[in-house]
Design a protein around this ligand. Sequence first.
Ligand SMILES: *[C@@H]1O[C@H](CO)[C@@H](O)[C@H](O)[C@H]1NC(C)=O
Ligand SMILES: *[C@@H]1O[C@H](CO)[C@@H](O)[C@H](O)[C@H]1NC(C)=O
Ligand SMILES: *[C@@H]1O[C@H](CO)[C@@H](O)[C@H](O)[C@H]1NC(C)=O
Length: 718
Amino acid sequence: MFWLMFLLHVVLARSASPKSLPVVKPGCRPKCGDINIPFPFGIGHGCFREGFGLSCQQNATDGSYKLLSGDFEVLDIMLASHQVRMNNPISWQFLNKTTGNFTESKWEMNFTSTPFTISHVHNKFIAIGCGILAYTSMTDYKDDSYITSCASVCFKAESSVNSTCSGIGCCETPIPPGIKYYNIWFDHVNFINVWRFVGSLRSAALVEAGNFKFNTSSVNDDDSWNTRNRQVPIMMNWFISHETCKSAQRNKTNYACVSSNSVCINNQNGSGYICNCSRGYRGNPYLAEGCQDINECEDSSICLGAICMNTPGGYRCSCPPGTTRPIDGEGCYADVITGHKMPIGITIVIGAGAGAALLILVLAILVLIRGLKVRRNKKLKQMFFKQNHGLLLQRLISSTEDTAGRMKIFSLEELDKATNKFDQARILGCGGHGTVYKGILSDLRVVAIKKSKIIKQSEIDQFINEVVILSQINHRNVVKLFGCCLEAEVPLLVNEFISNGTLSDHLHVQGRNSLPWKDRLRIALETARAISYLHSAASISVFHRDIKCSNILLDDCLTAKLSDFGASRSVQIDQTGITTIIQGTYGYLDPEYYQTGRLTEKSDVYSFGVILAELLTREKPYSICMSSESGSLIARFITVVRENCLLDILDPQVVEEGPREQLEEVAVLTERCLRLRGEERSGMKEVEVRLEVISSSTRDFEHPSLQRSLSLLDQKSS
Ligand SMILES: *[C@@H]1O[C@H](CO)[C@@H](O)[C@H](O)[C@H]1NC(C)=O
Ligand SMILES: *[C@@H]1O[C@H](CO)[C@@H](O)[C@H](O)[C@H]1NC(C)=O
Ligand SMILES: *[C@@H]1O[C@H](CO)[C@@H](O)[C@H](O)[C@H]1NC(C)=O
């Protein structure tokens, strides 16, 4: 055992040692002095991308280094934010008051044919002096010119206030985005015509505002800011070439995002693009193999006590075979019914991830324990069921009165007859929480009877949950509950029988006639109605928590019926967010809920957005564990909507059948449902109304009342 652990330790230590991330091209200089030089920047032939070449100079007297880009000194290179901090000489003008002569040093910055633009977020035009007008003329990437100016007047130098640049001794003004060239000139204002209020030195520059503090002594001629030839930091943004992502991707020879697992992003405020590592990766996207997987499992809290397994671009939380994560707690527990839940040594189990031998050992122990405990606890189990039945009945009776009329308690005999003694041939499928049989009741109604597979406390809880929630819901697009059976050892649920399979079957099973766009849109609308009803219209607010294509059933007329409420939560209307253990299906799971554990109605909105994306593309959403090179459906979908190239991803059949505006509107709505932050997503009611408007638009797109309600919605959401 000791040796096994030792071996595991060695294996884990080796595989967990972080690979050093490549930052520069092989054989190239990674630093100049203290400054890192990540590719695409570089020094020397073959070490940089065109436009990103730098040089490094060493001062012969003090041995210090200076990194230069053309004439400008580079202070810092930031790869993740795509910025460079440079030193920018200030422009100044000195007035000799006795001769009236000027000496001056006027600078311009010309980045026209470089990858750099001046950041309008970080920099300001700042001028210092008394009785001055400072002008700057700027040209942006489109070759449009701007002139802006600021004026500073002093009656006494002391009247200016430290660190506020407010027009007394110092003035500042913001600059437009995308600037590539500027120059500066001065004029003087002397309205009271008293020369002693006019300073003899005036200076100005574009300055990184966060790095600049005005000091009243600056207006005096010998201050450090005013010292001639002094430089101040300026923040530059940088981009790759002048192309968009799309055109750059067409000819891959010069395409910059060469790392696998990298993505291309267009410049919003100018031309060109940048590359980033995909989600779940970090490093340098401009180098082959530069983006490397993040080991999320280093954060020990990430799986709440279950085993964390790092996967490319993501991670997976799982429990060893024979154990499960409980719905209401942390860690892994053996699948044994006892009065107490039995945690197993998680640390040992982590080792088992790498050693199959240990797994077998754990399994053997579990089987042994199960054999012993199952026998000993058979009596205990029966007692539990009595308790559960009591609890169920109690909760039902305390809920609304009309429930009793709608719900029937079936006897086991009745259901035995209906399903021909639970004949294997009657099995319709295995849902998330049990097996479903087809049955015919004595009054010839066809029903679906759901039977929990394994007897586990958590599943009984879910069963009771489902009965309570379904009994209070009555909606055309939600599967009806006829009743339940409490006599059987395993709880049974009797639902309306829906004949035509799940939406997932219709969309994703090969060789099946695919759904026409008209039907897809209607199914989306009906599902939205059902969810919106659950959220707001029912007597209690219900979050479904497991909305996915395989939980949407279709009847003979392809009417959608929402099913499987095992994971649902009912909440008081005023409870806006409840913290729960994460439940749901990967691929449909709201990333915000996944991260914070806070369940809100927006989590259902996200899952619904995934369904909309599936309806539009007829592709399955990937689970987070299987991110492929091209990324998940959702990531790709959001990208194409934002880049306005929808046709790349839509199901060809949909493109053929659906009107263009309609598809675009649904896509935009989908993107709104899939926003990362819940608060930015549309509410379910809004989604429903929008779908309502979009579907009616096939008939009458220009109808004034529809236009009106659309614009009302726009106002509401903006
Ligand atoms: C100052 O200006 C005067 C004429 O305005 C000129 O004669 C003189 O040479 C100038 N002095 C210097 C130092 O440039
Ligand atoms: C800036 O530089 C470009 C070439 O690099 C040149 O064509 C342009 O005229 C320059 N602009 C100014 C205002 O000097
Ligand atoms: C792609 O770009 C390279 C260099 O920019 C060029 O030499 C090559 O001809 C281009 N290929 C195509 C197919 O356009």
